[in-house]
Design a protein around this ligand. Structure first.
Ligand SMILES: Nc1nc2c(ncn2[C@@H]2O[C@H](COP(=O)(O)OP(=O)(O)OP(=O)(O)O)[C@@H](O)[C@H]2O)c(=O)[nH]1
Ligand SMILES: [Mg+2]
Length: 247
């Protein structure tokens, strides 16, 4: 895993070194710096990167739903209790999906402030993890607005996303039922995963991997459509030419 960069909301793309997340051990209360990174500017489009990633994924959701915890769990298989809120950062991660080694760029956005609605982030992303917390009703209800906002920026409803309900280890604090989330996923035509970044489990991995698959699938379909339509245009031009010649 490599961390490409991070930037505060509206920050300039100037280089800066900063501690990103702190790892806290729940057993002994020991807190230590977990990452130190160098910011390479917006979305970390780094000079080090040679080949574009196979997919660009963005985590979106209200503050505190566990976006950072999910991405760190996916990449490092660990759970971290504390993060700096309201900062964004981009990771590059290589993993196996359906027996193929694939690379992903993953943007962890800040739930607070303008970051969540930044058009640059949405234009950059090819797939979106729409994250809510099963313990926070408002975060669930805000998903519809988030989906609409992406659709309005992308100017289409036809984009890749998955719905992710995090923190399902907190069973006594549950405020969002699994069935209503499943129904929302049907309404948004996307997959749904309920999971816990804290407990781990396959659902965390699968949410990222399924989103990656959907991005690749949609890209293939779109490029086939484009090819078919340009082939049709060529055919039409040739038809016109032959008609002219024959007449
Ligand atoms: N119990 C439990 N706590 C979690 C889980 N995921 C995250 N948390 C905790 O929830 C808090 C917020 O998690 P973050 O990952 O910082 O949330 P975020 O969505 O990135 O928040 P912003 O960056 O402020 O938008 C932290 O204290 C995490 O330790 C989970 O699955 N279970
Ligand atoms: Mg975060």
């Amino acid at each position: 895993m490599s961390r490409l960069g991070r930037h505060g909301v509206g920050s300039s793309p100037a280089c800066q070194e900063s501690s990103v997340a702190r790892e806290a051990s729940s057993s002994n209360g020991f807190v230590k710096d977990f990452f130190r990174v160098v910011n390479n500017g917006h979305l970390g489009t780094s000079q080090k990167m040679t080949k574009p990633a196979d997919s660009r994924l963005v985590l979106l959701g209200n503050p505190g739903v566990g976006k950072s915890a999910l991405v760190v769990r996916f990449i490092t298989k660990r759970f971290i209790w504390e993060y700096d809120p309201t900062l964004e950062c981009t990771y590059r991660h290589t993993t196996m999906v359906d027996d193929e080694n694939v690379s992903m760029e993953i943007l962890d956005t800040a739930g607070k402030g303008e970051s969540i609605h930044q058009e640059g982030n949405i234009n950059w992303g090819e797939g979106f993890l729409l994250v809510y917390s099963t313990t926070d009703r408002e975060s669930f209800e805000d998903i519809v607005n988030l989906h609409q906002h992406i659709a309005s920026v992308k100017k289409t409803q036809n984009f890749s996303c998955v719905l992710v309900g995090n923190k399902n280890d907190l069973t006594h604090e549950r405020k969002v039922g699994q069935e209503e989330a499943e129904q929302l996923a049907v309404d948004l035509s996307c997959c749904f995963f309920e999971c816990s970044a804290c407990d781990g489990g396959e659902a965390v991995d699968e949410s990222f991997k399924e989103l990656h698959r959907d991005v690749v699938r949609r890209r293939m379909v779109n490029s086939m459509r484009r090819r078919r339509s340009s082939a049709q245009q060529v055919k039409q031009v040739l038809n016109k030419m032959f008609t002219k010649i024959n007449s």
